[in-house]
Design a protein around this ligand. Sequence first.
Ligand code: NAD
Length: 499
Amino acid sequence: MDHATVLKTLGFTEAELTGGSLTVTSPIDGAEVACIAETPAADMADVIAKSQAAFKEWRSVPAPRRGELVRLLGEELRASKDALGALVTLEAGKITSEGLGEVQEMIDICDFAVGQSRQLYGLTIASERPGHKMSETWHPMGPCGVISAFNFPVAVWSWNTALALICGNPVIWKPSEKTPLTAMACQKILGRALARFGDDAPADLHQLVIGGADIGEAIVDSKDVPIISATGSTRMGQIVAPKVASRFGRSILELGGNNAMIVAPSADLDMAIRGIVFSAVGTAGQRCTTLRRLIVHKSIKADLVEKLAAAYASLPIGDPRIDGTLIGPLVGQGALDAMQAALASAKSEGGIVHGGAPVTEGVPGGAYATPALVEMPGQTETVKTETFVPILYVMEYDTLEEAIHLQNDVPQGLSSCIFTLNVREAETFLSAVGSDCGIANVNIGPSGAEIGGAFGGEKETGGGRESGSDAWKGYMRRQTSTVNYSAELPLAQGVKFDV
Ligand code: NAD
């Protein structure tokens, strides 16, 4: 589908796509597809006030009823799956199946959140005092600011929004300035769900604000936005986290990764190679969970590198809309330049580079490159840095202890994995002395998580958790209550204070 048809299918009007100050280009061919209006910074106070007003109503709507809105959102997403997936491809450059996969992830989290809306469970706790009942309940927090990155332009929004809504919180979304059109499309889709839902959803329950860091900062700085969920680079998190902390807000940070795979001597190499290739070059190396470091036992390294180089050589690169393409474009020329700079610096540190060259033939424009494999003599500064492109650094190890040390010896802590058929190695990797990441897998690559588990990572990845498991608790406040139904007033710990 050409760009104009994709936008038309989603109901964009000429007025929405022209006359604004934010130019949107498609990474597929570098074409300018829209000039859209940005939210004036001066409007942000009003946006936040409206969100606070929406909160005062939404918090009192019963949670299962709030879940009904998310159920309708899931239905609308199912109906728009192909069109929204095509827009993800247009705006983020993902191959068709990955664009559709991202929308499927949105549908999955909606289903999850609907069930969760009837399970915002608290606790009943044994009281030490006679005639007393102690309990713990969960309450809505207030407006949730969602700041999202370009590479998962819609899934990250849905992870946050589906949970924030069932938990009783309105949302203010500031998408990446590189991907505002997918955000506008989501706002339209949610609008259809809201229209079907009925009157008990307040106006401004969900607001979209368009712009750069200054617009993001307005919600980051406001004490009236108690939750900030920010996804993006560690550099961004280093600015956002102290600001939210200084006003005692709650942040959910999903920042950069530098994900590794250990390949042990017993590994099923054919399976490992498939896992490596998908994790390292899928989404053109632009996933937070992309495999960036391969830590291979020295006895199999030469064999593995040879097989990988052969697999890399046959990967179809080009227009992500064409069936069979596996590697689409980088997000822009800046990413291609960063890739070339990282490869040059790896070389200067003793790396042997295979691939990584820009591709200009057989592509429709845009910034394309062959994925790079780089044999490194050790874990240098370049290897420890997340460069958001398809570069896979390969290092060798001798003992499992050494491999785990290499895996953990980077500033980031998002995703990790080991390929082994040895249960001692697998369990050691998953134990307290193993991987220090938020995600640790066995015989599966580090990317492509399911929504049922809590998603996020440690250290410079920011410590946030989103999506499944008990991540919903990040969007609610906990209240401990003690009720005295006796005729006495005993104090805890046996304290006497008779007056
Ligand atoms: P980025 O940091 O450039 O931008 C992310 C978002 O932050 C954008 O919306 C941007 O406008 C906003 N922003 C930037 N500075 C800000 C500030 N001072 N105040 C408020 N908002 C600000 O990231 P990107 O290039 O869009 O995305 C790639 C990065 O995101 C990679 O590092 C990747 O690992 C990371 N990422 C992490 C996860 C995760 O779940 N851990 C998921 C996706 C992407």
